[in-house]
Design a protein around this ligand. Structure first.
Ligand code: GDP
Length: 197
């Protein structure tokens, strides 16, 4: 897929205020600092469509972008903050939970995972929870340029093993680097295929 147009629509604090669900939607989620904004900017070939976590005053909202006037790309708030209250940390936040369960045009959630780290509890717990709700998801490994090939293979293998502890089948997995534009074609082809269904 070629991205010819990317427009920021708006930010929403509530799933019920999101745009009418009249177009397929692909959402991106992950722990803060996983490289989500960088990936969205890499995909859309923009410098600052998605604001990076270093942006002062970045709020926790659901952010909609309209791509090629045909589908929504959604930047979801990060999960796994150390500073949030106990009740919030045990879930993923009301906004995220409502969005995942109620957004009827949601085609796929891309769960971003930092390829440098061993399997993280918050990532696995989100995957297990969203998977149990029957939401289609795919895993996107980020920052692979920071690893040697054998380190990457080891970490991906470990992650697969951790996912298979709870699931019989592995979700699709895509290897990416925003720095090197690795995985861009694969991710966009994945979305293209999902749009054709
Ligand atoms: P977000 O909080 O998930 O939106 O993460 P950001 O996109 O703001 O990225 C967090 C940090 O990781 C920034 O310093 C980025 O420059 C860096 N980063 C993101 N993606 C990559 C990547 O593919 N390769 C490398 N080497 N660094 C990256």
């Amino acid at each position: 897929m070629k991205i010819t147009k990317s427009e920021f629509i708006s930010s929403y604090a509530d799933v019920h205020k999101c745009p009418a669900p009249d177009k397929p939607e692909f959402a991106f989620i992950g722990r803060s600092n996983v490289g989500k904004s960088s990936l969205i900017n890499m995909l859309t070939q923009t410098k600052d469509l998605a604001k990076t976590s270093s942006t002062p005053g970045k709020t926790q909202t659901i952010n909609h972008f309209l791509i090629n006037e045909t589908w929504y790309l959604v930047d979801l708030p990060g999960y796994g903050y150390a500073s949030v209250s106990k009740t919030i940390r045990e879930g993923f936040g009301q906004m995220i939970e409502d969005y995942v369960q109620k957004r009827e045009n949601l085609s796929c959630i891309f769960v971003l995972v930092d390829s440098r780290l061993e399997p993280q509890k918050s990532d696995l717990s989100f995957i297990n929870w969203a998977g149990s709700k029957g939401v289609p998801l795919a895993i996107v490994f980020t920052k692979v340029d920071k690893l040697k090939l054998n380190e990457l293979q080891r970490n991906v293998q470990q992650f697969k093993k951790a996912v298979l502890a709870d699931w019989e089948e592995l979700p699709p997995m895509i290897i990416t680097s925003s720095e090197k534009k690795t995985g861009r074609d694969e991710l966009l082809d994945f979305i293209d295929d999902a749009l054709k269904v």
